[in-house]
Ligand binder design. Structure first.
Ligand code: NIG
Ligand code: FE
Length: 413
């Protein structure tokens, strides 16, 4: 049934263009005060100021939603998650509280490798059921499009199993889902003495099987000291590109790794994390179309420095925000908290953070024509807030559930 939202205190994100925003453009968040919006057949059909609502107001076939005092926004776009996983790792959190570092935990066979061994022993159906529950949960919190990675398989069978789970999620999900293949996430223990053999396994066995079943949209790698080198990552990225996967990579999380420059030089759609940036990395990113995706809940959870958002905005980088939802570094897929942290800890303005988590994130998933702003013809994936004066209240009152209702394809979730 068509739905007519009326008396919207502020209709937020009515961008005239779907282009990615950078530098001072990022603070431009168009808002219509006292607005209406019509959603029909799952799409945004019309919107504007209330005094232009005309005869729509008296059409009784529409279900009316009175939005007095409330804001209506485009749903969040979460362009970086690992939400297919087999089990939680809260004990590692306690180890860290007791002094262990992320690298020490990884070196002991914890971290990504422990998630991989659990996932290898879990059936595709069980993984699917767990991942679907997480997907439904983040949709209820306001996520209206999402990317999901493999990378907890690390064998041919288990990586394919993860990507088949993502493919099944795509088939049942009410929101758009994109899949990234992250075979180069961590080096399995049995390859410690033969790193090249694992890279070959990715290139010669995993990628052809993924191509045959059309299981991925993007190629991802973890370019980081103790994980994969720039040269290893480049080899995997080039092989992924050869089967039509665009790069979307983990770069500069723990160290200045060269990952950003690698992403830029391979025309990555995005380079993600960016906690450890130097001038050269910022300059390379700013001068490229590659989007920098910041994952502040990972820095928060790991007690690490946050990405230098202000420096990157001032330099002219195109930036987006995502949750990194995963069991090791960000066991939350709550984009509301991502936006709040970005304002509170990275000094992004609410307008900048909302743009980064909607229109720019949609660009990071090549979904900018479908989601990420209020525009006629886009999916009616929307967030209706509680009563509040302005968008500033959203990051300010962090931790509270300020989203009263989420709409996906024009229907209340
Ligand atoms: O994006 N950095 C690499 N991968 C994940 C963490 C994975 C894990 O610890 O399980 C991330 O933060
Ligand atoms: Fe990640």
């Amino acid at each position: 049934m068509a739905m007519l939202f009326t008396n919207i205190h502020q209709l937020v994100g009515t961008h005239a263009s779907n282009a990615v925003l950078r530098a001072t453009q990022l603070s431009h968040l168009p808002i219509i005060e006292n607005a209406f919006l019509l959603a029909e057949d799952g799409k945004i059909k019309a919107f504007g100021p209330m005094d232009a609502i005309g005869e729509l107001a008296t059409n009784h076939s529409f279900q009316q939603v009175d939005c007095t005092g409330k804001l209506l926004l485009p749903a969040w776009v979460d362009s970086h998650t690992h939400l297919v996983f087999a089990g939680s790792r809260e004990n590692e959190m306690v180890d860290k509280i007791n002094g262990a570092t992320y690298a020490e935990i990884a070196a002991k066979g914890g971290g990504i490798l422990s998630s991989a061994s659990r996932l290898q022993q879990t059936s595709e159906d069980d993984l699917f059921a767990m991942a679907l529950a997480r997907l439904q949960s983040v949709i209820k919190m306001g996520t209206g499009a999402i990317e999901i990675k493999s990378g907890y398989g690390l064998t041919v069978d288990a990586e394919l199993k993860m990507l088949r789970v993502v493919k099944r999620l795509k088939q049942v999900s009410p929101i758009p889902v994109k899949a990234s293949f992250l075979g180069a996430h961590a080096l399995p223990t049995e390859y410690q003495q033969s790193r090249g053999a694992y890279i070959q396994l990715i290139i010669e066995k995993m990628l052809p099987a993924i191509a045959a079943e059309q299981l991925a949209d993007y190629i991802d790698v973890f370019c980081e000291q103790g994980f994969f080198t720039v040269d290893e990552c480049r080899a995997v990225i080039e092989a992924g590109k050869a089967i039509g996967l665009l790069p979307k990579i983990h770069a500069n999380q723990l160290h200045v790794s060269g990952g950003v420059e690698l992403g830029v030089s391979t025309n990555a759609i995005s380079v993600d994390h960016l906690e450890a940036m130097d001038e050269a990395a910022i300059h390379a990113l700013a001068g490229s179309p590659t989007i920098g995706t910041m994952l502040p809940t990972a820095a928060f959870f790991l007690r690490m420095q946050y990405p230098p958002a202000r420096q990157m905005i001032n330099a002219g980088c195109a930036l987006s925000l995502a949750s990194d939802y995963n069991p090791g570094s960000s066991p939350s897929g709550n984009m509301n908290f991502v936006v709040a942290l970005s304002c509170i800890q990275m000094k992004m303005t609410p307008a900048e953070a909302i743009n980064a988590a909607t229109i720019n994130a949609a660009n990071a998933l090549q979904l900018e024509n479908e989601v990420g702003s209020i525009a006629v013809g886009k999916k009616a994936n929307l967030l209706l807030t509680q009563k509040m004066n302005s968008i500033n209240y959203l990051p300010y009152a962090f931790g509270e559930n300020l989203i009263e209702q989420v709409f996906v394809n024009g229907e209340a979730v």
